[in-house]
Ligand binder design. Structure first.
Ligand code: DX5
Ligand code: ZN
Length: 216
Protein backbone atom coordinates (compact mmCIF):
# COMPACT_ATOMS: atom_id res chain seq x y z
CA UNK A 1 0.00 0.00 0.00
CA UNK A 2 1.25 3.49 -0.86
CA UNK A 3 2.26 5.89 1.91
CA UNK A 4 -0.87 7.38 3.49
CA UNK A 5 -0.73 11.15 3.98
CA UNK A 6 -1.64 12.40 7.45
CA UNK A 7 -3.49 15.72 7.67
CA UNK A 8 -3.95 16.91 11.27
CA UNK A 9 -6.83 19.35 11.61
CA UNK A 10 -6.15 22.50 13.60
CA UNK A 11 -9.84 22.53 14.53
CA UNK A 12 -8.77 20.65 17.65
CA UNK A 13 -5.75 22.88 18.34
CA UNK A 14 -5.62 25.68 20.91
CA UNK A 15 -6.99 28.62 18.87
CA UNK A 16 -4.73 31.04 20.72
CA UNK A 17 -1.62 29.14 19.50
CA UNK A 18 -2.00 28.17 15.86
CA UNK A 19 1.71 28.52 15.08
CA UNK A 20 2.54 26.13 17.93
CA UNK A 21 0.04 23.70 16.39
CA UNK A 22 1.75 24.01 13.01
CA UNK A 23 5.12 23.29 14.66
CA UNK A 24 3.67 20.22 16.39
CA UNK A 25 2.33 18.97 13.06
CA UNK A 26 5.72 19.47 11.38
CA UNK A 27 7.53 17.66 14.20
CA UNK A 28 5.11 14.72 14.11
CA UNK A 29 5.97 13.56 10.60
CA UNK A 30 2.52 14.50 9.23
CA UNK A 31 2.68 16.03 5.76
CA UNK A 32 -0.41 18.25 5.57
CA UNK A 33 -2.19 20.81 7.74
CA UNK A 34 -5.97 20.49 7.43
CA UNK A 35 -7.75 23.83 7.85
CA UNK A 36 -11.48 23.62 8.59
CA UNK A 37 -13.27 26.78 7.52
CA UNK A 38 -16.83 27.03 8.88
CA UNK A 39 -19.37 29.79 8.32
CA UNK A 40 -22.15 29.03 10.80
CA UNK A 41 -24.52 28.47 7.87
CA UNK A 42 -23.42 25.41 5.94
CA UNK A 43 -22.44 23.91 9.31
CA UNK A 44 -23.52 24.86 12.84
CA UNK A 45 -20.11 26.22 13.88
CA UNK A 46 -17.78 29.11 13.00
CA UNK A 47 -14.00 28.90 12.80
CA UNK A 48 -11.69 31.20 10.79
CA UNK A 49 -11.11 32.73 7.37
CA UNK A 50 -8.22 33.23 4.92
CA UNK A 51 -6.26 35.51 7.28
CA UNK A 52 -5.31 32.51 9.40
CA UNK A 53 -3.84 30.72 6.38
CA UNK A 54 -1.97 33.84 5.35
CA UNK A 55 -0.45 34.31 8.80
CA UNK A 56 0.35 30.62 9.23
CA UNK A 57 1.85 30.20 5.75
CA UNK A 58 5.38 31.39 6.64
CA UNK A 59 5.45 29.23 9.78
CA UNK A 60 5.48 25.82 8.08
CA UNK A 61 6.36 24.16 4.81
CA UNK A 62 3.49 21.66 5.15
CA UNK A 63 0.84 21.38 2.46
CA UNK A 64 -2.21 23.50 3.33
CA UNK A 65 -5.40 21.48 2.89
CA UNK A 66 -8.26 23.99 3.13
CA UNK A 67 -11.65 22.40 3.79
CA UNK A 68 -14.36 24.98 3.12
CA UNK A 69 -17.57 24.15 4.95
CA UNK A 70 -19.23 27.32 3.76
CA UNK A 71 -22.12 28.37 1.58
CA UNK A 72 -21.32 30.22 -1.63
CA UNK A 73 -17.74 28.89 -1.70
CA UNK A 74 -16.99 30.46 -5.09
CA UNK A 75 -17.06 33.92 -3.49
CA UNK A 76 -14.15 33.07 -1.17
CA UNK A 77 -11.98 30.64 -3.12
CA UNK A 78 -9.72 33.34 -4.65
CA UNK A 79 -8.98 34.68 -1.16
CA UNK A 80 -7.99 31.22 0.09
CA UNK A 81 -5.81 30.74 -2.99
CA UNK A 82 -4.01 34.04 -2.32
CA UNK A 83 -3.67 33.18 1.36
CA UNK A 84 -1.57 30.12 0.54
CA UNK A 85 -3.91 27.12 0.37
CA UNK A 86 -2.48 24.26 -1.72
CA UNK A 87 -5.63 22.13 -1.87
CA UNK A 88 -9.00 23.91 -1.79
CA UNK A 89 -11.94 21.63 -1.06
CA UNK A 90 -15.53 22.85 -1.11
CA UNK A 91 -18.74 20.90 -0.57
CA UNK A 92 -20.91 19.57 -3.36
CA UNK A 93 -23.93 20.29 -1.15
CA UNK A 94 -23.00 23.98 -0.83
CA UNK A 95 -22.73 24.75 -4.53
CA UNK A 96 -24.83 24.60 -7.68
CA UNK A 97 -22.05 25.00 -10.22
CA UNK A 98 -19.51 22.56 -8.81
CA UNK A 99 -18.20 21.80 -12.28
CA UNK A 100 -17.25 25.43 -12.84
CA UNK A 101 -15.85 25.85 -9.33
CA UNK A 102 -13.50 22.85 -9.67
CA UNK A 103 -12.13 24.26 -12.92
CA UNK A 104 -11.74 27.71 -11.40
CA UNK A 105 -9.64 26.32 -8.53
CA UNK A 106 -7.29 24.70 -11.02
CA UNK A 107 -7.15 27.94 -12.99
CA UNK A 108 -5.93 29.63 -9.81
CA UNK A 109 -3.03 27.16 -9.83
CA UNK A 110 -4.38 25.15 -6.88
CA UNK A 111 -5.43 21.54 -6.38
CA UNK A 112 -9.21 21.21 -6.58
CA UNK A 113 -11.09 19.21 -3.98
CA UNK A 114 -14.74 18.33 -3.57
CA UNK A 115 -16.30 17.04 -0.37
CA UNK A 116 -19.46 15.07 0.38
CA UNK A 117 -21.34 14.76 3.68
CA UNK A 118 -22.49 11.33 4.93
CA UNK A 119 -25.94 11.61 3.28
CA UNK A 120 -24.54 12.27 -0.21
CA UNK A 121 -23.81 9.22 -2.39
CA UNK A 122 -20.71 8.86 -4.56
CA UNK A 123 -22.98 8.82 -7.63
CA UNK A 124 -23.62 12.55 -7.09
CA UNK A 125 -19.94 13.12 -8.00
CA UNK A 126 -20.20 11.24 -11.27
CA UNK A 127 -19.83 14.22 -13.62
CA UNK A 128 -17.13 15.84 -11.49
CA UNK A 129 -14.49 13.23 -10.76
CA UNK A 130 -12.41 14.00 -13.85
CA UNK A 131 -12.03 17.60 -12.65
CA UNK A 132 -11.03 16.77 -9.08
CA UNK A 133 -7.57 16.42 -7.56
CA UNK A 134 -9.05 15.32 -4.24
CA UNK A 135 -12.34 13.83 -3.07
CA UNK A 136 -13.05 14.32 0.61
CA UNK A 137 -15.41 11.77 2.11
CA UNK A 138 -16.85 13.06 5.38
CA UNK A 139 -17.05 10.19 7.84
CA UNK A 140 -19.01 12.30 10.38
CA UNK A 141 -21.56 15.05 9.88
CA UNK A 142 -19.40 18.17 9.55
CA UNK A 143 -19.21 20.94 12.11
CA UNK A 144 -17.31 19.59 15.08
CA UNK A 145 -14.20 17.63 15.97
CA UNK A 146 -14.17 14.65 18.28
CA UNK A 147 -17.19 12.79 16.84
CA UNK A 148 -17.47 9.06 16.27
CA UNK A 149 -16.93 7.70 12.75
CA UNK A 150 -19.96 6.55 10.72
CA UNK A 151 -18.38 3.30 9.46
CA UNK A 152 -20.69 2.86 6.44
CA UNK A 153 -19.10 5.99 4.89
CA UNK A 154 -15.99 3.89 4.21
CA UNK A 155 -17.99 2.01 1.54
CA UNK A 156 -17.81 5.24 -0.45
CA UNK A 157 -14.01 5.05 -0.35
CA UNK A 158 -14.16 1.56 -1.85
CA UNK A 159 -16.50 2.79 -4.62
CA UNK A 160 -14.21 5.72 -5.38
CA UNK A 161 -11.15 3.48 -5.56
CA UNK A 162 -12.96 1.26 -8.06
CA UNK A 163 -14.25 4.15 -10.20
CA UNK A 164 -10.85 5.84 -10.20
CA UNK A 165 -9.20 2.75 -11.56
CA UNK A 166 -11.96 2.02 -14.12
CA UNK A 167 -11.76 5.55 -15.51
CA UNK A 168 -8.00 5.90 -15.04
CA UNK A 169 -8.37 9.06 -12.97
CA UNK A 170 -5.86 10.50 -10.51
CA UNK A 171 -7.72 12.15 -7.61
CA UNK A 172 -6.69 11.49 -4.03
CA UNK A 173 -9.28 10.11 -1.60
CA UNK A 174 -9.40 11.69 1.84
CA UNK A 175 -11.50 10.74 4.88
CA UNK A 176 -12.43 13.27 7.52
CA UNK A 177 -14.04 12.66 10.90
CA UNK A 178 -13.54 10.19 13.72
CA UNK A 179 -10.17 8.94 12.50
CA UNK A 180 -7.98 7.43 15.23
CA UNK A 181 -5.54 4.52 15.49
CA UNK A 182 -8.38 1.98 15.43
CA UNK A 183 -10.58 3.46 12.68
CA UNK A 184 -7.53 4.23 10.51
CA UNK A 185 -7.06 0.49 9.99
CA UNK A 186 -10.42 0.14 8.22
CA UNK A 187 -9.90 3.40 6.32
CA UNK A 188 -6.53 2.20 5.01
CA UNK A 189 -8.04 -1.16 4.06
CA UNK A 190 -10.76 0.70 2.13
CA UNK A 191 -7.99 2.43 0.15
CA UNK A 192 -7.71 6.02 1.38
CA UNK A 193 -4.80 8.26 0.44
CA UNK A 194 -5.26 10.96 3.09
CA UNK A 195 -6.33 10.63 6.72
CA UNK A 196 -7.58 13.81 8.40
CA UNK A 197 -7.26 13.66 12.15
CA UNK A 198 -8.24 16.32 14.66
CA UNK A 199 -9.03 15.25 18.21
CA UNK A 200 -6.91 12.10 18.19
CA UNK A 201 -3.87 14.07 16.97
CA UNK A 202 -4.11 16.96 19.41
CA UNK A 203 -4.97 14.67 22.34
CA UNK A 204 -2.02 12.36 21.65
CA UNK A 205 0.90 12.79 24.02
CA UNK A 206 3.29 11.13 21.54
CA UNK A 207 2.37 12.58 18.14
CA UNK A 208 5.29 10.94 16.28
CA UNK A 209 4.10 7.55 17.47
CA UNK A 210 0.50 8.36 16.57
CA UNK A 211 1.39 9.44 13.02
CA UNK A 212 3.47 6.30 12.53
CA UNK A 213 0.58 4.17 13.73
CA UNK A 214 -1.98 5.99 11.55
CA UNK A 215 0.22 5.32 8.53
CA UNK A 216 0.17 1.60 9.40
C1 DX5 B 1 -15.33 18.29 10.98
C2 DX5 B 1 -14.06 18.68 10.29
C3 DX5 B 1 -12.95 17.75 10.58
C4 DX5 B 1 -12.59 17.63 12.02
C5 DX5 B 1 -12.19 16.21 12.24
O1 DX5 B 1 -16.41 18.99 10.46
O2 DX5 B 1 -14.21 18.75 8.89
O3 DX5 B 1 -11.80 18.07 9.81
O4 DX5 B 1 -11.55 18.46 12.44
O5 DX5 B 1 -11.98 16.07 13.58
P1 DX5 B 1 -11.89 14.65 14.31
O6 DX5 B 1 -10.68 13.95 13.75
O7 DX5 B 1 -11.73 15.06 15.72
O8 DX5 B 1 -13.16 13.92 14.04
ZN1 ZN C 1 -12.26 18.89 7.71
Amino acid sequence: MANVIIAPSVLSADFSHFSAAAAEIDASGAEWVHLDVMDGRFVPNITFGPKLLEDLRPKTGAVFDAHLMINNPEAFIPQFARAGADYITFHLEAAVHSHRILSSIRELGKKAGIGIVPSTPVSALDELLALADLVLVMTVNPGFGGQKIIPSCLDKVRSLVRIRSERELGFLISVDGGINEETAVAARQAGVDVLVTGASFFNASDKVKLVRSLKG
